[in-house]
Design a protein. Sequence first.
Length: 674
Amino acid sequence: MVATTKGGSLPDFRVSKVKAKRRAFSPRSATLHRVHGEEKTKETHGVKYGASLLIKIELLCSLNYYELVIGIMLMIKPKNNKSVSYIREVLKGFEIRAAGSNLAEIQHWFSEPSYIDKYHLNIKKEQAVFTLISTDNAKKINSFFYPSKVLDSRKRSIELCDLVKINGDNGIIINGRLGQGKSMLLKYLQFLELNTGATIPLFLELRKIRNENQIIEIARQKMNDFGLACSIKLMEFLLSEGRISLFLDGFDEIAFEQRDSFNQALSTLVVKYSKVKIVVTSRYHTEITNNPNFKSFSISLLESSDLAPFIHRIMSKEELASPIISKIRESKEFDFSVLDTPLMLTWFIIIYNKKFKIPKTKLGFYEDLFGAILSRHDGLKESYNRASKSRLNDDEIKEVFSALCYITRKSQDSLFDFEKIKDYIRQALNITGYIKVAPADYLFDLTNVTCLLKKDGLDYEFIHESVAQYFSAHFIKETSEENAIEFYTSRVKNCKVFEDELCFLEDMDRYRYSKYFMLPIFNAVLDESKEKVLTEVSEDILKGSYLVFDKKNFTPPNFLFSLLPNSWGYYYKNVLKNPKLFNLAEDIVSGYIRKIMEYDGFSYSEHIDSLPKSDSLKSDKFKYVSIVEFLNNLDVYKDVLDMLSVTLYDNAIRNKTIYEGVISHQSKKIGLFS
């Protein structure tokens, strides 16, 4: 039943009116209507976040000895790891509220100096990472990391040393795109917490956790492995006291079918252990993006002003950094906007150190880039050849590697034990016809000659996920017309696994990408006779979206809302190619819902409380309501679908003509080759 006003029913937002005003819309940024109210002042061990230094010092005077030590350290931004004596002071503070067996276990850490020494050594080792520039020797994160600019939901910059101090009712989700260094940033935040905080900072890779219910147990096992014996009971105590910090990397690397359960599990941890710092990294637009139990931050893209300081930081030596910076300043042709992430800028440095020149185009940059990665010598050393066990040349290594990347990407596999990677290599060798090459010999070449694959403990993984994505795309580009048609047509309705490859193929294989992939998509989603996007597209967009209401402080029309494309995510980015238009669609839907809720006839108990809760998202503070069920309950679901379909059409039809132009351009060459 539709809510009504005292004078009648809701205003008529029918399609005809939307059509008439379609071109009058001016895209604007979407607004998320928060229900949390004003941000509360954060406190860490009695020190008010954002207070003046004088007030901080006055507050510290009232604290006990161990809190005083930690409080002072919170004000200081570290450059290097603190000594083990500092770690002992931090851990000693854990005894303050402990009793019984919990106290006994903590005191046991101090019974032998080797226990805390081992913890200190292991957690410092964890901060040593391999980079594209340093593929042979791991470097400490604090020795080369260029601090990324992190923005809050209002696009305000926050210092990393302040970000790691945030603690409260919410976890932290840091969103970033491919190559922005999300893992490096999280490692650096762990470094800051270790050296300025009062917790045990544990870094976990979510993709390596097989079951969402094992997060805490794996964290506990890591403490034991690092040297601090910890029972289940003690772990529960430390979590309840906020003595553990969890740095959880790569939500977007969790298998698609497990993400909902992991999202719910992380929500449960935030609610259950409200004192624990839980920091998660992810790409944009994943299931955790709109989880209200997490406060959202994003990594800003690099700007031109970041180039020189980044190069100085990562190269460490002035004589290595200065020539690159000079060439950048002299270049008039290359579009440096492509160097907007740490990954791309690092690759740029590698290319320069091999060719001593600046590439002229973006495509030229990519060609040089992956030629450099395949090179058999370190980019910063004199050229030399390492012995190849497979006896394949560079082109043959590339051919097999491209096949390997494709089959592992298709299987959604990125972490391999020795037997698994050998099996994948055997398949790749068979596909490419090099059946006489031993898989173990080719594996040696990948890990020791080209360094495209690296060994991490007992497992193997690609040096970077984008490497596997690019060479997988290269494999598709080099395949036959028949195989390409099969690949592209199969992706029209299911492209999630190969989204990144498709981004590369748009440039690498533009004609076949346009003809066999993009045009069929446009034909599938556009109803040109009615000048609208098919209703099914709008349905797919809405079915993954929720309205989120504060259970205790609900005041209409306040709610959290964001459209979250489900299986149509890639189509949104490529058919629409305009995030602002999508924000406009979001504004239209949320504005319509707000108008409904502002009318006298709207009832929370009838139109919201009566609706079932989401099975996949649960929270003690918020109620998740499917937007589809909400709109159906008000009998306006079809109206909203029609509004979306009409709003998105104009932009989509313009983009269709771009791909038609690509095909038309090739058709002009017919007859030239006879």
